[in-house]
Design a binder for this molecule. Structure first.
Ligand code: BG6
Length: 469
């Protein structure tokens, strides 16, 4: 096999602050939406109070990253560790913590790839503004971004404003949407989504103005939807799902405005957010330098006949319902195997996403998440034989290779996750890491770090620059 991965390919791995750090209230950190949600579910699921305790193990963990051979580490900063109430005083201890992490990464020749916000909005902003429902939140984010660029921009050159804005929007508790009425939910989402787009643009412009050689781009959750059959209605349903779940947002980041079909949808429902004239220039100027995407699975859409019963809210007949009710439904794809949590494993879908995004935007791409979450078993001799994970990653790295052969400009690949961390849905029952963390949901044990078989496998992939696949 000829080696096709570029010499400077960013072999990496990923994490996020609330899922890895712990130290949830230490040294002045404020409470976040993610902490709050996990409190509510604490009877069922592990929470972010301790997570993988990276806050106290960061040096040991970065040593492991160095041993793994990582070229980049994609992680997020906790907004509430840096500005505890979101838009007030700056917490110097928080800045110092990230300075230590960044400096040590660089000392270990690992390029920091930093997300500003990964699901963990400072809770004070919810109390003050109902979070993203207010324009003020966008400006609070801009200020936070500037604080980060000022303090870390001399060493951090790769930035992402939000992780998976398009997916976050669909998870009510991440956005703190606690109304039941379907129309009100949709209206609130449209407003919050727009404010996050504005925040994204403000941060992008600030990065370009403040950081020499700074590169910034969105990190989206990739949606690749297949039609359930070759019926034209199913093909259309699949296109709608991709457009309304992902493409509308990439188009907004690329063009500085929503595409026509999305505006029609907002107008049809009467939920067009307030978009003042002065935002136009901000949005248009905010040019992405790359597109990062997270990829786990593909979906399959089946058209459903519209009836009086399956209309929601105040929607009239023939209005697009992209929310899976009434006009189409997401089905299992009988051609694919799924994980025990229902994610349909599909490396070809990743090749499709790579080709599709590159063809449409002609920007360098990077995969910032991809991985297999399951319950690993620690054997008596302290090993984790995770060949299922190795197979999953091998097939997806092979899809990257094929994507590069197809002509896609792929900068890097960062599996989720660098070490075991708190799964956003299933706590420590569902593990993704190259390193096992010795804890359970309700028993912190000794938090010992144990390298899995996949650690040694990935180490060799990196060493051979993908040649030993
Ligand atoms: C991504 C998120 O959508 O999926 C991560 O960016 C998350 O934060 C990952 O952990 C896997 O999902 P889960 O629910 O299995 O942890």
């Amino acid at each position: 096999m000829t080696n096709i991965f570029p010499k400077n390919f960013l072999w990496g791995a990923s994490s996020s602050a609330f899922q890895i750090e712990g130290g949830w209230d230490e040294d002045g950190k404020g409470k976040t939406v993610a902490d709050f949600n996990s409190f509510k579910k604490s009877a069922m699921q592990a929470d972010s109070k301790v997570a993988s305790d990276f806050y106290h193990h960061w040096k040991e963990d970065i040593d492991l990253m160095k041993e793994l051979g990582l070229k980049t580490y994609r992680f997020s900063l906790s907004w509430a560790r840096i500005i505890p109430d979101g838009d007030g005083e700056i917490n110097r201890t928080g800045i110092d913590f990230y300075n230590k992490v960044i400096d040590y990464l660089i000392e270990c020749n690992i390029t920091p790839f930093v997300t500003l916000y990964h699901f963990d909005l400072p809770y004070a902003l919810v109390e003050k503004y109902n979070g993203w429902e207010s324009r003020d939140c966008a400006f609070a984010f801009e200020r936070y971004a500037k604080v980060c660029f000022e303090n870390f921009g001399d060493r951090v050159k790769y930035w992402q404003p939000h992780n998976e804005q398009n997916l976050m929007m669909r998870v009510k508790e991440r956005m703190n949407i606690y109304v039941d009425d379907a129309y009100e939910v949709e209206k609130m989402r449209a407003t919050m989504d727009y404010h996050m787009c504005l925040a994204h643009a403000l941060a992008t412009n600030a990065c370009h103005g403040m950081i020499e050689d700074g590169k910034i781009g969105p990190s989206i959750s990739a949606t690749v939807t297949y039609p359930y059959s070759n019926k034209p209605e199913d093909v259309w349903a699949a296109k709608l799902n991709d457009n309304f779940k992902t493409n509308y947002l990439l188009d907004m980041h690329f063009n500085g405005e929503y595409p026509a079909y999305y505006m029609n949808y907002l107008r049809g429902l009467g939920i067009v957010p307030h978009m003042p004239e002065e935002d136009k220039e901000v949005l248009k100027n905010a040019k992405m330098d790359f597109i990062a995407f997270n990829y786990y699975r593909t979906l399959c859409a089946r058209h459903i006949e519209a009836t009086d019963e399956n209309q929601r809210g105040s929607r009239g007949e023939n209005e697009i319902d992209y929310d899976l009710y009434g006009y189409f439904k997401i089905e299992k794809n009988p051609n694919l195997k799924a994980t025990e949590y229902g994610a349909q494993i599909d490396p070809i879908g990743m090749r499709i996403a790579l080709n599709d995004y590159y063809r449409r935007y002609h920007l360098p791409l990077i995969i910032t998440e991809n991985g297999l979450g399951t319950a690993d078993v620690l054997t008596e001799d302290e090993r984790v034989h995770d060949d299922y994970r190795i197979n999953y990653l091998r097939d997806h790295i092979d899809a990257c290779r094929k994507g590069i052969e197809d002509g896609v400009e792929l900068m890097g690949y960062c599996p989720w996750s660098v070490i075991d961390l708190l799964s956003s849905h299933q706590g420590f029952k569902k593990r993704y890491g190259f390193v096992y963390i010795n804890r359970e949901d309700h028993d912190f044990k000794d938090l010992r770090r144990i390298k899995k078989d996949s650690f040694f496998w990935y180490q060799n992939i990196i060493k051979s620059n993908g040649q030993d696949l």
